[in-house]
Design a protein around this ligand. Structure first.
Ligand code: ZN
Ligand code: ZN
Length: 345
């Protein structure tokens, strides 16, 4: 019996939300200071020794594909960090959009981006749906939300976890749909489910755990996509596989066609393990989900933690080799690069 069967609302607590497995206690100021002190003493993170690959986006293809309707080819394009342009089921979706120079409440301080976004907001095809996994600054960026709301043809639908809709409403966004874990919302024949993740939320010191966090499972006839958001490793991914097993039986085309999984921001482990997976754990999630292929994201863009910006794909190559996983089954893209996916059916 899974936790979900026992009590589907156990993540709702009097003071806020909580994870299914492993209670998350926000780090104390002393722990934050210990981490920062250790990092400065050891000169971490090291500077990247290889450039983060970046290519010019194929905008003509992406726009034509956006307008192709039923003939759309499923695609994923890495814009940077956890921002991915996804095309499936006739829709263009954007995960955790951040185009800003910094992932921070301040314009002059906080983690600065290492390279421009792979596609500027003004170059995007019209975005139908934004999937926002949680309210941390590197995943929910106010300037990016405003830019998307100003796009030609009107604002996208923002599908968000419980509580994040209020933040959007306070900024004049009237197209938000809030979901609890396992809730689903259908847009133009595409089902979008919010699923659990092992993480936390908060934009300041007083709102920790007050809004929900999560990942997304997206089911279109031509592609089943999983987006983890930010997460530590937990049993949640086995639960997710079991939950959708019938919908993803072999006869129905099998498991997720593509999973967008975080592979960066994991050092030091004593501080990060209960909120961010390392590459080994990302591989465990890839296997737990029985994803046909995974794209590694949440790396190479903002220096958030102690590993070098270019380390995650190097670690991924080692982990793939150790598990006998083919390069194309768990891959990374250059910033701006598109991967065309086979149609599910
Ligand atoms: Zn986060
Ligand atoms: Zn993050």
């Amino acid at each position: 019996m899974t936790t979900i069967d026992r009590d589907p609302k156990r993540h709702h607590r009097p003071g806020g939300f909580q994870n299914n497995y492993g209670e998350f206690t926000p780090r104390s100021l002393a722990e934050v200071l210990r981490w920062r002190w250790d990092a400065s003493r050891k000169n971490l993170p090291p500077a990247p020794s290889t450039p983060i690959p970046q290519v010019a986006p194929d905008l003509a293809f992406l726009r034509a594909n956006a307008a192709a309707g039923a003939a759309m080819r499923p695609t994923v394009t890495w814009v940077g960090h956890a921002t991915v342009l996804v095309q499936l089921g006739g829709l263009s979706l954007l995960t955790d959009p951040i185009f800003s120079e910094r992932a921070s409440p301040l314009a002059f301080a906080g983690p600065k981006r290492h390279q421009p976004p792979g596609i500027a907001p003004s170059e995007l095809p019209r975005i139908d749906v934004v999937l926002a996994s949680h309210n941390h600054y590197d995943h929910l960026d106010e300037a990016s939300v405003r830019a998307l709301c100003a796009q030609t043809g009107g604002p996208p639908v923002f599908v968000v976890p419980l509580g994040v809709g209020r933040w959007l409403a306070e900024r004049g966004v009237r197209t938000a749909v809030e979901l609890d874990w396992w809730d689903e919302h259908r847009i133009a024949g595409v089902d979008i489910a919010l699923v659990p993740a092992q993480h936390w939320s908060g934009r300041g010191l007083k709102d920790r755990m007050k809004t929900l966090w999560g990942g997304f499972a997206v089911f279109a006839p031509d592609c089943h996509l999983f987006f983890a958001g930010d997460t530590g490793y937990s049993r949640d991914f086995v639960d997710i596989r079991e939950r959708f097993a019938e919908r993803q039986s072999a006869a129905a085309g099998g498991g997720f066609d593509v999973a967008l999984l975080p592979i960066g921001a994991y050092e030091p482990r004593w501080f990060m393990a209960n909120q961010h997976v390392n590459v080994d754990e990302a591989m465990k999630i890839h296997r737990d989900l029985q994803a046909k292929r995974s794209l590694g994201v949440h790396w190479g863009t903002f220096e958030l933690t102690d590993e070098a910006l270019d380390e995650p794909p190097k670690a991924l190559a080692r982990v793939r080799a150790a598990h006998g996983v083919a390069d194309d089954d768990f891959f990374v893209l250059a910033v701006g690069e598109t991967r065309k996916l086979p149609r599910r059916r």
